[in-house]
Design a protein around this ligand. Sequence first.
Ligand code: ZN
Ligand code: ZN
Length: 210
Amino acid sequence: MKIWVFRVSAMMTNCYFLCADPRGKGSCAVIDPGGDADELSEKLEAKELTPEYFLLTHGHFDHIMGLEPLRGFYPDAKTLIHSADAQMLTDVDSSYMRLFGGRSAPSKPADRLLSDGDEILLDGLKINVLHTPGHTPGSVCYISGDSIFCGDTIFRGGIGRYDLAGGSWEELKLSLKKIRDLPGDYRLYPGHGSSTSLERERWENSYLNM
Ligand SMILES: [Zn+2]
Ligand SMILES: [Zn+2]
């Protein structure tokens, strides 16, 4: 497996390319294609990567800004989002796309709606879906090997907002507990900021110890 991270959009959102091949060639998943689609497709081409999936940790505008034009460049790639955030692709208000992204054209619906426990296969690499609501109703973590792409649920030393539309502090608390109680250690790749490890957050992130 190989992972790249790019800071995209004014929100400094982390967009990840995940490739099953440790040499980093062939098909990949683009996790949270926020930012500029032309720039992202240039990076994909430079690395000779072909997206098989656009995996969305949730539906906020800064994680999907580049999605629609990228789908135009790569029509065979499938867009996946949890069912509880599905409407955020087609509703520019609940995604805050109109308010903060300055765009009023909705995206097309997802190709596949996800539920907790679903498995996604990328070139033989298993990616498991953990439903972690609270930041949004359909926030998910994508878990593959010892890596977790955790969106805006947990950050290094912090957690995501729960005061936006559909957010819930009670749900976020349960989701953080779910992540904390996963056995063993993982590398955490959040939606903003630096990567960290689950073990480090268990010790240093007070929100994981409430
Ligand atoms: Zn968000
Ligand atoms: Zn975000």
